[in-house]
Every structure is written in C-alpha cells, then in structure tokens.
Write a protein that binds this ligand. Structure first.
Ligand SMILES: [Zn+2]
Length: 291
C-alpha cells in the first residue's frame, strides 16, 4: 500500500447549532499511558477500556472546532502543530480541505494553553502561524504560564509544557485577549472550568434557541472519565479542582440535556450525557449525512 492509500478522508464534520455552523476539525491523536490516570483502581480502568473495545493505552482523539455565525469565523483551539508529536498536526491540511487557510481567521479562542491545543498556532521556529488572529484565553492561564517561578520545579504537572507555553505567549504577544468568563464573541461565552490548568475553560454557543457546550479537556479518556468523573491525570495542575469542574459541568449538561462537543471526544465529536449506574453515560451523536 502506498502512503496515500493508507490515508483517510479529511477529518472534518459540520453540524448546525441554531443559525451557526460548527465544524469539528480533527488534528490527529495522542496515545497516553493508562498509568497517568488516577482516582480509580487500575483493574477497573483497564476493564473500562476492554469493555469499550479500546486498547489499554488510551488513544485520545485531538480536535479543534470552528464556529461560523453572523458572518464571523472563529477557531476554538488549534491542535498540536508540527512541533510536538507525529500523530498530531493535521489541522492545516483539514483546513485546506475546507477551503481555508490560517489567514482566514481573525479570532481564535483557546480552552487552555497546552501543546495539543495551542501548539498548532505556532510554527517550528516559534513564529505565529495565524498572522491576523487575536487569541482569547482565560486570564488565569496567561498568569500561570507566564510565571517564571514555575521553572523551580514545584509544579511537576506544568514542567513538560513550560517551553511550549512560553513560545506561544511570545509568538502572540500583544494579540492575546484575556477573559475571566462571559461573552467573548456574539453568541459565545467562556465558561471557566479550572483545574486541568488554572484557566481551563469551555465555551457555550447559543444561537436561535439552541445551545452547544464545547467542554475542552473536561474528559481526556471518555471510556473511563465518563463513568468515573473522579478520575484525574497527572498533568492536571490541580487534580481535585479538575474533578470538581468535571462534576459541575457533567451535572449541568445532563440536567439541561445540552449538546456537548469535546477536544478529546472521538469524531464526529458531538454527544449528549446522561446519568447512569452511579456515574454518567456518553451518547455520541451519529454522523449526519446532511447539515
Ligand atoms: Zn488536551
């Protein structure tokens, strides 16, 4: 088989939410060791993976999303770029499949500053890849990742990501807009969900009576963290707060029966959440042939 025969069709998927069109843009995947998850017995977590017919080392889907509403085009997160791991970095070619380039965006919203979300904004030499874009991110992430004292090793969970965060912050210096919650674009509000990083946030899109919650990294491994929301991972900056935020948003979307999308939900990436068996169950939405 040649390389091109092994390649899939572009990982893009469009869905209407009210008057908006939301597009899942897959950036690839990321394999993580199960050992970085904690908060449930290993055998129980292995059983979750086996019951879902998944490999024991969880394979995280990595997505970004685009919202088109009222003549505006907004990108939420940017995937891992080419500077991190070979299995990510598909965003540019998937944008191309949509007929778009980074020049077409003047607004990028970030759920948090972590390589699989923000590195796609930066080139191999630290240059900004979205030349016109202003980037919105929660103030607490900018404050945290800008703190030189982090280099003293006190936050082990932050250590692997200090350099990529610094490169991103420098590349977009003067073009970073911060928020602590509330409306960041017409119809889109930032929802603080701290813990995974101090400023980790989701976004709520409301249009023509319909709502979508893009919940960022509320779950990394849906097979485990949906039934066991207490399960955290060693790269959560504050694990107990991450679990608390997960429980809070789970409760809200289940109670209000809201549509969700996630950076690490398998594509097409839209789902509902319901309570069940003492935890929750995720009901992924089927691929719709037409918008
Ligand atoms: Zn992530």
């Amino acid at each position: 088989m040649t390389r091109s025969e092994q390649k899939q069709v572009p990982g893009i998927y469009r869905r209407r939410v009210g008057d908006a069109v939301v597009t899942t843009i897959n950036d690839g995947f990321l394999d993580i060791p199960l050992a970085i998850l904690r908060g449930a017995p290993t055998e129980r977590m292995e059983a979750c993976m086996a019951e879902a017919f998944q490999p024991l080392a969880p394979r995280l889907t990595v997505n970004a999303f685009m919202i088109e509403l009222g003549g505006r085009r907004i990108l939420i997160d940017s995937g891992g770029g080419s500077t991190t791991i070979y299995s990510m970095g598909l965003l540019p070619e998937n944008l191309k499949a949509l007929g778009l380039t980074p020049d077409d965006f003047d607004t990028v919203l970030l759920t948090h500053i972590h390589p699989d979300h923000s590195n796609g904004l930066v080139g191999d030499n630290g240059e900004p890849l979205f030349p016109r874009a202003e980037v919105t991110v929660h103030q607490d992430d900018v404050t945290f990742w800008s703190d030189p004292a982090l280099r003293d090793g006190r936050s082990a969970a932050a250590m692997p990501y200090l350099d990529s965060a610094a490169v991103f912050l420098k590349a977009y210096e003067g073009r970073i807009r911060t928020s602590e919650g509330g409306e960041v674009a017409p119809g889109i509000t930032l929802l603080p969900l701290p813990g995974h990083t101090p400023g980790h946030s989701g976004y709520r899109l409301c249009s023509a009576g319909e709502t979508l919650i893009i919940w960022g990294d509320t779950v990394h491994v849906p097979e485990i963290q949906v039934p066991f929301p207490a399960v955290t991972n060693e790269y959560d900056i504050k694990e107990s707060l991450a679990a608390e935020s997960r429980n809070r948003i789970f409760d809200m979307v289940a109670r209000e029966r809201l549509l969700v999308a996630g950076m690490h939900l398998h594509i097409p990436g839209f789902a509902h959440l319901v309570r069940g068996d003492g935890g929750y169950r995720l009901l992924p939405e089927a691929w719709a042939v037409k918008l």
